[in-house]
Each structure stands twice: as structure tokens, then as C-alpha cells.
Design a protein around this ligand. Structure first.
Ligand SMILES: *[C@@H]1O[C@H](CO)[C@@H](O)[C@H](O)[C@H]1NC(C)=O
Ligand SMILES: *[C@@H]1O[C@H](CO)[C@@H](O)[C@H](O)[C@H]1NC(C)=O
Ligand SMILES: CC(=O)N[C@H]1CO[C@H](CO)[C@@H](O)[C@@H]1O
Length: 837
């Protein structure tokens, strides 16, 4: 990597030279400006798609949609706990077929950034570490610890050698241009200090020694040692600079939204702000941007991290959880990428010159000696738009926006003016009234045969090894017939302190209460009076884990389960401490032992049906059969009538359901302008954090699909329905002065190019009706437009004429199309919504 020591000026010469030298041999290097692939500097747009969060059947289409959205690189983590479920036993099949995933990306002609980690965070169970790793003697994660380093190195080597064996690195003719070692270690170093710093150095050296032929990156790692590139993660990264001037400015995680927690709202990041953050990064000299996530997908099975991360990992990404386009975000970013690629020759050649155009207004100009010129005009003000003068031309800059001028003259894109269409999705019932059968599981209670007992309360994962969410804590309590409360009827208070995450309490087989924590604080206290009687009482506590932590200093030491104290207050002696008496343990549910989620296991119990079907009862298993709905639309289960539990289809877990946890907090109106945070632009407040649960079509047979629901709290399965997700309507919101990529043509021809509204329904659907059209000053957004004071009476004519019966159509946004100007002198727009059928 000779180019590392070159100064800025020499670099240009060097690049030409590299190009010549490497014309025949593949290479990936970097310099101050960019990643250099086969001798050429590149502006690269990258999108995170995590292979286990969708199915192999979905991969080709997801990657094709990313490509059409202007993505050059697919970024994925490698999920260690999926690949090595027990030490030395590897798994690379089905959703974990990493090689296949990378080859699908290669076939689409895209690059790969392989983030091996193997710590991945990612709101994934235990941050991607196998749970067995926690029990390796003497281990401490992510610091200068020999057992940890040995295990981490072994897995990293395993992955690198697999990639090499399949010729997947770019230098071997493959698609991998970058690899990542570790992940966001910087914040840990600040806390732990020297041992973590030593570990970072070691990890970098170990990775570089694996000789992949492509650069390594470390994100959030200011001290990444050469030649490893340190990169930025965050909602904004424009002020980030790498630790050496000869490293490119790269953004490995630009959060397209944020994950959802059970009990929290769903986070939405406006497309205008996301595009603004990207343009801002590029105008400041950035050359690599990754969207985290580009397709978020689903945390199937028990892969959610947490605790309390939802099964949906939609992330408000440009492609939604189900693989459909999230519009207008997908289209707006596609247009942004096109606009920036028009600037590429200038962007990769020089650093920008920044000049002020007024208060909160800036121009960033990339001008080369050979005459290439690209300009970014920025308005950082969150309240008002501005008219600016740049190179003797006038430009109108909406608030909190950046305009892109690939020739320093023609505005082809503004981050706050969305030219792409938006769409409304809907969930339509395709099957309900399933023929359910139920089986109520008896709560476990202590008995003579119990194999695990102790005079202590034990940590949950210590016992379950995370093989299940469930652990029973069982004990006996003797109540003397002379206890005062028996006469007074003033029942004693049972207090159970738990490290998390949810708890069901049973006294003598009767459900006596439920308690659960939240994402802000995973510990919980059960504190209720209980109905104990004279003689022996069986106390059974079902402790439930809801995803292991994925982030935090030494999260391997964090506890789950009932650690006490457990007390009974209001007995003759005052308070009786039960913490140190004899406790028995049972790992998992009886239904899990019997394999009720499988057809073969289901025969082992008696199921009730018809009028005997159990409803609103805790610890209930339900089963049914159904046929595969026709068509190709994505499917989901509407679980609104259920509480909390898990769902299996043909023996495969689609994840944890918990519609019983409603999103607290306030969902304010969302303004795109101003710095985005995960407190902003939430939706679903007061409704379940997650109501719909993705059912992959490829998991279904034509008929006889076996579905099992385990319900912890109690619910009504008769109201569960299978729904399909389709596009209901498409919308466009186009300003008459909107910059468009077509403006390039204006420059060449001298003609004024009028902006156009483009609408298109998904394949197989046509526009059946214009639900709304207004040329003037309409209000609202897709799905709830309203006419404003200024409205052209012939607004509906052109959309109806051009669009009805078509899959796609265009409407020019100009007064004469709508029968004249309804309010002269005022900048107007067209808002139109068409129903797709
Ligand atoms: C973990 O389990 C072992 C028995 O398998 C026990 O000796 C130990 O005390 C437990 N530790 C904790 C923290 O519960
Ligand atoms: C349990 O509730 C009682 C009264 O309802 C209260 O006095 C006590 O502080 C509570 N204990 C805990 C640990 O919350
Ligand atoms: C680099 C960066 O911006 N990090 C921020 C990412 O977002 C989280 C949560 O909103 C912040 O805590 C980080 O500081």
C-alpha cells in the first residue's frame, strides 16, 4: 500500500500509475479520497442486508432492489452464534448460508463489505456471540484476554479461509472489497482503558495478518492502527475525519431509522433528513456511505437481542421488512445516488472549497484543474428556506436541505424535494377463523424427582444456556394453621426481585400474577398478595428471557432470572426470606420437551377444540392447519388478540410475539427538519409495538401447513388472521420548480424541462381510481391529502386521463395542464394519490 505515504498532490499521479499497473491484476487499496478498486477511486453507496434476517428465497430480489436503488456494496455482519451453535460444530445452511449470500451479491454485480466482527452488536442475541463462549473458563469479552482472543481468532480465521476457498475476495475475482474486524470498540476502550486498547491493536494485527488482499476497517475506533481504516457510525457523520490524512472518510452505519423495542414506538426517519445527512457527508469529502439498514428484515426464532428487541427489524429501511419498497425513501435515495454519481469525477479528484452564502448557508465546490466542477448548496436552517446567489445564478434552498449541481450550474436534486413516489401499504385478511385446538400446560412444581436443586437462587442463563426462554424456579412454603392471616384474611405479600425479563407467578398451580420489565430497565419486581393456605404451598415462578444483551461493557456478566430476594411478608414472624431455602429448577416448558411445535410431537398430548377451546388462559398451546394462500404477496400473522409468546410454522419459529405490550410515550408530529434522534418521529404510540409477524412464503407448503402458537399470558386465537401485504395506493408530491435529473437535458437543449409526477403500481396491479389530485397548495401527505385555498378545478383531469387502467403513468406539473394558474405568483405543487388494484 505505497499510496499511504503519498501526499495529496502526488496521489493523483499515483492513481493513474496504479490504474496502469493494476489494469490486469485485481486490487483494492485506498487513499485520502476514496477506496480504490482496480486502480479507480470510487464513490460507493452501500446497504446493510443481514442474510439471516430474511430467507435465501428473498435474497436475489432484495439485492436486485438494492441495485436498482443505486447501491454499489452490500454490507453484512457475520453471525457467529448462528454459525457455531456449539464449540467446533459449524452451521452454514439455509438462512446461514453465507457463501451463497455473497455469491448472490456477486451475481448481481455488486461488491460486499464483510463485517466479520465477530462481535456484531446489531440488536442480535448476545451481540452475535455464542452463549457457550460465556462459559469458557476465565473468559472476558472484548479485552486483552487469552481465552477470548483464541476463540475470536479461530472464528475469524474460519470465515476468512472459507471466503478464500471460494475465491470471494476482490483480489481473487470475488465481490468482497472490504472486511471489518471488531465493531464499535472505541466506546469500550474509553471505559476499560489499556487492556481494551491492547486488544484493539492485537485484533487489527491479527486481521491484517490474514492477508485477504483487501483493506480492513474498524468502525468507531479512533485509534485503529495502520493500515486499518477507522470509520464513522451515526445519524450524521459530516464532521468525522479519519485518524490519518491518507485514509478515506467512510461512514459505515448511517441509521436509516432505529430498531423497535417491545413497549416502545416505531421509529421513522424522514427520507428528506436521511438524504440531507448523506449529501452533507459527501459535500464534506466523504466517499463511502452505508445505510444501516437497507433491508432490516425479521429477527426470526429467538435471535432478537435486547432485552426487548421486537421480532420485526424493519428499521424504516428503504426496503421494508417484507421485501417491498419503502417509498418514498427508496426512490428518493435512488435519485440522490444518481445525482451524486453525476458529480463523481470531481468528488474523487479534489477536496471541497467551502464558502459561506449567508447565515447557515454554504457552498461546497469540487473543482478540478481539468475543468470538472460539482457544487453542493446547503441550507442548515431548520425554520426558513433561502434564496441564494451562487456563480451568478439564483437558487431557492428549502430549509434543512442541500441542492446538488453536478456541473456547478444545473440543480438536479434537492434533498427536501422528493421527486420519487410514495406509497401506502395495507394488510388484507386472506385467512381467518382457523380451526384451533388447545392444550393448557400445567405449571411445573417441585417434586421428589427434581434433578436440579440448590439452597440458592441461580442465574437463569447459567442453567438454561439460552436453550429456551423459560426457566421454572420452584419452592415449597409451609404455612402454620395458626398463622394470623388465615383468620384475618389479610393475605401475605410475595415479593420477587428478578434481574429480568418477565415473570409469571403460580401458587399451588393457580396463576397468581404477571410482571415484566422494559427496555430502559430490565430488572423487575413482583410484589403482590398471594393466596397461600395452611399446610404445604407450591410456589412456581416462570422466569422468561426476552433476548440477551447485545451491547454494554462486559455484557457477558449481566444476569437474567430470579436472583432474589424472594420474601413473604405478613406472616407471624414478620417477613420470611425464601431466598436461601431449597429451590428446584426446570429448564424449559413441557410443551418444548414434547416438541409440540412439530407434527410428530403434537400427538403426545390431548388437544381440546370447539366449545372446549381454551381462551384467555396462561401457558396455552394452540395448533391448526392451513393451506398456502395464492399469489406472491408477502404474508404476516395479525396477532392483535394475543398477549405474549412464540409462533412456529411447520416447526420453524417465526419469532416472539408480544402484541400485549403497547407502545408508551408520545408520538409527536414529525418535521423532517432538524437533527434526527431516536426520540423523534415515532409512530404506534398507544398501540402494540408490534402487531404483525412476518410469515416467509418459502416456509409454506401448498397445503397442510402446521401452525403452533404458545401463549404465555392468555389470548383469543379465534381472532388471529393471516394477512397479505400489498400496495394500496401510490402518491406523488411534485413542486413546479422542483429540480430533477432531467435538468441535465435543459442545459444541453436550452429548453425548460417541466417536472413530472411519475406513478407506478407494483407488477400485476393497475391504477383504478384517482383518490386525490390537487394542483395548487394542497395539504397533508400520502393517504390523507386535503385541498388547500389554492386549487385548480381541473386537477383531476390529467391524472385520470393519463393513469386510469395503467400500471405506470406521468403527469406534467404545469398550469396549462390543469386549465390555468389557480394562484398566480405563488409556487405551486401537484399532489396526487392513485389507488392500485
Ligand atoms: C451456576 O450454576 C452452578 C451449578 O451448575 C452453580 O454452582 C453456580 O453457583 C451458579 N452460578 C450462578 C451465578 O447462579
Ligand atoms: C411492595 O408493596 C408494598 C405495599 O404495597 C410496599 O410497601 C413495598 O415497598 C413494595 N416493595 C417493593 C420492593 O416494591
Ligand atoms: C456517532 C454517533 O452519532 N453516535 C450516536 C448514535 O446514536 C446513539 C443513539 O441515538 C447515540 O447515543 C450516539 O452518540
Amino acid at each position: 500500500m505505497e499510496s499511504l505515504v503519498m501526499s495529496g498532490k502526488k496521489l493523483c499521479v499515483m492513481v493513474l500509475c496504479l490504474y496502469w499497473v493494476h489494469a490486469v491484476t485485481a486490487s483494492v487499496t485506498y487513499d485520502h479520497k476514496a477506496i480504490v478498486v482496480n486502480g479507480q477511486r470510487k464513490i460507493l453507496f452501500s446497504g446493510s442486508i443481514h442474510y439471516p434476517r430474511s430467507t435465501p428465497q428473498m435474497w436475489p430480489e432484495l439485492i436486485q432492489k438494492a441495485k436498482e436503488g443505486g447501491v454499489d456494496v452490500i454490507q453484512t455482519y457475520v453471525f457467529w452464534n448462528g454459525h457455531e451453535p456449539s464449540p467446533g460444530k459449524y452451521y452454514f445452511e439455509d438462512r446461514y448460508d453465507l457463501v451463497k449470500f455473497i455469491k448472490v451479491v456477486q451475481q448481481a454485480g455488486l461488491y460486499v463489505n464483510l463485517r466479520i466482527g465477530p462481535y456484531v452488536c446489531s440488536e442480535w442475541n448476545f451481540g452475535g456471540f455464542p452463549v457457550w463462549l460465556k462459559f469458557v473458563p476465565g473468559i472476558a469479552f472484548r479485552t486483552d484476554n487469552e481465552p477470548f482472543k483464541a476463540a475470536m481468532q479461530k472464528f475469524t480465521e474460519k470465515i476468512v479461509s472459507m471466503m478464500k476457498a471460494e475465491n470471494l475476495f476482490e483480489t481473487q475475482g470475488g465481490p468482497i472489497i472490504l472486511s471489518q474486524i471488531e465493531n464499535e470498540l472505541g466506546p469500550v476502550e474509553w471505559e476499560i482503558g489499556d487492556p481494551a486498547k491492547a486488544y484493539a491493536k492485537w485484533a487489527a494485527k491479527m486481521a491484517v495478518g490474514l492477508d485477504t488482499g483487501v483493506p480492513w476497517i474498524m468502525c468507531k475506533q479512533e485509534d485503529a492502527p495502520d493500515p486499518v481504516i477507522d470509520t464513522c457510525n451515526g445519524y450524521y457523520c459530516e464532521n468525522f475525519t479519519p485518524n490519518k490524512n491518507y485514509k478515506p472518510k467512510m461512514w459505515t452505519e448511517n441509521w436509516t431509522g432505529w430498531c423497535t423495542y417491545f413497549g416502545g414506538g416505531v421509529n421513522i426517519r424522514p427520507a428528506e433528513d436521511l438524504a440531507f445527512s448523506v449529501a452533507r457527508f459527501i459535500q464534506n469529502g466523504g466517499s463511502f456511505v452505508n445505510y444501516y439498514m437497507y433491508h432490516g428484515g425479521t429477527n426470526f426464532e429467538r435471535t432478537s437481542g435486547g432485552p426487548f428487541i421486537t421480532t420485526s427489524y424493519d428499521y424504516d429501511a428503504p426496503i421494508d421488512e417484507y421485501g417491498l419498497l419503502n417509498e418514498p425513501k427508496w426512490g428518493h435515495l435512488r435519485d440522490l445516488h444518481k445525482a451524486i454519481k453525476l458529480c463523481e469525477p470531481a468528488l474523487i479528484s479534489v477536496d471541497p472549497k467551502v464558502t459561506s452564502l449567508g447565515n447557515n448557508l454554504e457552498a461546497h465546490v469540487f473543482k478540478t484543474d481539468s475543468g470538472a466542477c460539482a457544487a453542493f448548496l446547503a441550507n442548515y436552517d431548520t425554520k426558513s428556506s433561502a434564496k441564494v446567489s451562487f456563480a451568478n445564478e439564483q437558487y431557492e434552498l428549502p430549509r434543512w436541505s442541500i441542492s446538488i449541481l453536478p456541473d456547478c450550474k444545473t440543480e438536479v436534486f434537492n434533498t427536501a424535494r422528493i421527486g420519487a413516489q410514495s406509497s401506502q401499504k395495507k394488510m388484507t385478511v386472506v385467512r381467518n377463523a382457523f380451526d384451533w385446538e388447545s392444550y393448557i400446560e400445567e405449571p411445573a412444581s417441585s417434586s421428589e424427582e427434581d434433578s436440579i436443586t440448590a439452597n440458592a437462587l441461580w442465574e437463569q442463563i447459567n442453567i438454561t444456556r439460552d436453550s429456551t426462554d423459560y426457566l421454572w424456579y420452584m419452592t415449597d412454603v409451609n404455612i402454620d394453621p395458626n398463622e394470623g392471616f388465615i383468620k384475618s384474611g389479610k393475605w401475605p405479600l410475595l415479593t420477587v426481585m428478578s434481574a429480568g425479563h418477565a415473570l409469571l407467578v403460580f401458587i399451588n398451580g393457580q396463576h397468581s400474577g404477571t410482571s415484566y420489565a422494559g427496555a430502559d430497565f430490565p430488572k423487575l419486581t413482583f410484589n403482590q398478595t398471594v393466596n397461600v393456605r395452611a399446610g404445604n404451598n407450591k410456589i412456581s415462578l416462570l422466569s422468561i428471557a426476552i433476548g440477551l444483551p447485545h451491547v454494554g461493557i462486559h455484557f457477558e456478566t449481566w444476569n437474567v432470572g430470579v436472583l432474589g430476594p424472594v420474601t413473604l411478608e405478613g406472616v407471624n414472624e414478620g417477613t420470611r426470606d425464601l431466598s436461601h431455602q431449597k429451590w428446584s429448577y426446570k429448564v424449559g416448558l413441557k410443551g418444548e420437551d414434547l416438541g409440540l411445535q412439530t407434527v410428530s410431537g403434537s400427538g403426545s398430548v390431548e388437544w381440546a377444540q370447539g366449545s372446549l377451546l381454551a381462551k384467555k388462559q396462561p401457558l396455552t398451546w394452540y395448533k391448526t392447519n392451513f393451506n398456502k394462500p395464492e399469489g406472491n404477496d408477502p404474508l404476516a400473522l395479525d396477532m392483535i388478540s394475543m398477549g405474549k409468546g412464540q409462533v412456529w410454522i411447520n416447526g420453524r419459529s417465526i419469532g416472539r410475539h408480544w402484541p400485549g405490550y403497547t407502545a408508551h410515550g408520545i408520538c409527536w408530529d414529525c418535521d423532517y427538519a432538524g437533527s434526527y434522534t431516536d426520540k423523534k418521529c415515532k409512530k404506534n404510540c398507544g398501540e402494540p409495538s408490534q402487531r404483525w409477524y412476518h410469515v416467509p412464503r418459502s416456509w409454506l407448503r401448498l397445503s397442510g401447513n402446521y401452525m403452533v402458537v404458545f401463549e404465555e399470558w392468555g389470548g383469543d386465537p379465534t381472532r388471529i388472521s393471516l394477512v397479505k401485504r400489498t400496495t394500496d395506493s401510490v402518491c406523488a408530491d411534485i413542486y413546479e420548480d422542483q429540480p430533477t435529473l432531467k435538468n441535465r437535458e435543459k442545459l444541453d437543449s436550452g429548453n425548460v424541462i417541466r417536472p413530472k409526477a411519475h406513478l407506478w403500481c407494483p407488477p400485476g396491479q393497475k391504477m383504478s381510481q384517482i383518490k386525490f389530485a390537487s394542483y395548487g397548495l394542497p395539504h397533508g401527505s400520502c393517504g390523507n391529502y386535503r385541498q388547500g385555498d389554492c386549487h385548480a378545478h381541473k386537477s383531476y383531469d390529467a391524472p385520470q386521463r393519463n393513469c386510469i387502467g395503467k400500471q405506470s403513468c406521468m403527469v406534467t406539473v404545469a398550469s396549462e395542464v390543469f386549465g390555468g394558474d389557480p394562484c398566480p405568483g405563488i409556487a405551486k405543487k401537484l399532489s396526487v394519490e392513485a389507488i392500485c388494484r
